[in-house]
Design a protein. Structure first.
Length: 126
């Protein structure tokens, strides 16, 4: 009987437990490019240390598939800020986003040498 009570208690705890912050996370939604254009966006975050992530942003631009790969830091939990960098070919970007009501909303900026250029926004959710 005691083993049964323990098993029931554990299953109840596991049933309501949120996704662990250090499990792989996939968000999907859309991006808007400041010079015009928008499309679907998928962001895959893979754990790479405590609140550290490898990230892959996948989307279409100008009828071509793009995959920006980089790193991010942040817990991916409600009310937090996530910051990171991504590279596509020889181009570099930074991004910063906050998670509110399960939605990650942020901005992306291209970096060229010492100059930065706001390139748009994105909104994605689990």
């Amino acid at each position: 009987m005691r083993k049964l009570m323990i098993a029931v208690a554990l299953s109840c705890i596991l049933a309501v437990a949120p996704v662990a912050a250090q499990d792989p996370q996939t968000f999907s939604g859309s991006y808007d490019w400041s010079s015009g254009g928008s499309d679907e966006l998928i962001a895959e975050f893979t754990p790479d240390g405590d609140s550290q992530w490898k990230v892959n942003f996948s989307f279409r631009w100008s009828d071509k598939d793009h995959s920006w790969k980089g790193t991010a830091s942040g817990s991916l939990e409600e009310g937090t800020t996530v910051r990171g960098t991504a590279t596509y070919n020889s181009r570099n970007w930074t991004f910063e986003a906050t998670i509110t009501d399960g939605v990650m909303s942020g901005v992306h900026t291209e970096v060229r040498g010492d100059d930065t250029f706001d390139t748009g926004t994105f909104t994605i959710k689990r």
